[in-house]
Design a protein around this ligand. Sequence first.
Ligand code: UDP
Length: 237
Amino acid sequence: MEPIYEGKAKRLFTTDDPNVLRMEYKDEATAFNAEKKANFENKGKLNTAITLALYRMLETKGVETHLVGQIDEINLLVKNVEILMVEVIVRNIAAGSFSNRMAVEEGTVFNQPIVEFSYKSDELGDPLINDDYAREMGLATPEECAELKEKALIVNDVMIDFFKQCGLKLVDFKIEFGRTKDGEAKIVLADEISPDTCRLWDIETGKKLDKDRFRQDLGDVMEGYEEVLKRVEKVIS
Ligand code: UDP
């Protein structure tokens, strides 16, 4: 069917059902607003399997997602939602852009999670925004911002607990939300949750098992993702 969108890590296609899209996971990886690019064999498969497992786990905890089902190793069926142009980042431990911006040492544990919004715009490099920016830019209403924050903190609680069982620390993550196009216009979790979008460190050794292996040239990038999938599947089974 028709491709309707191509992003850095995924493609979206229409299906016979106008309410459902096919989401294909690519092997391509980008970092630093696509300045750094590479192809990793099996990344699409690994991220499909990890997102699928996490979405199913989150659904059992009452978190609604856009997931409809799986087609094959790199294709999921998802609800045709209207993606909110706000990326929601939750941080439990300082790393990445937070550490750089605030000069706080990576690994500093926060007393409470930090929730951050950024404007989903590759052109502008996903700038940090707040509720007022979101309102004035027509990205989300104040009520929606409150809902995004509340939902993101629930996702954080569920995922911290789940990843702990996997022997992993959830350092931070980025999620996106969509408005369903049915009459209800509910806000549901959309996009992906994978080592591309989460920082995950081994509880025992502190080893990074996420996209920082690519960003920081640590090597064995897919070995990290494979380790995450192996642990996720073990906890789920
Ligand atoms: N993240 C993401 N997409 C983005 C920006 C961030 O998935 O466009 C994820 C990133 O992988 C990390 C978290 O969100 O788990 C926080 O990222 P940060 O703001 O520290 O940015 P980065 O270090 O990636 O520039």
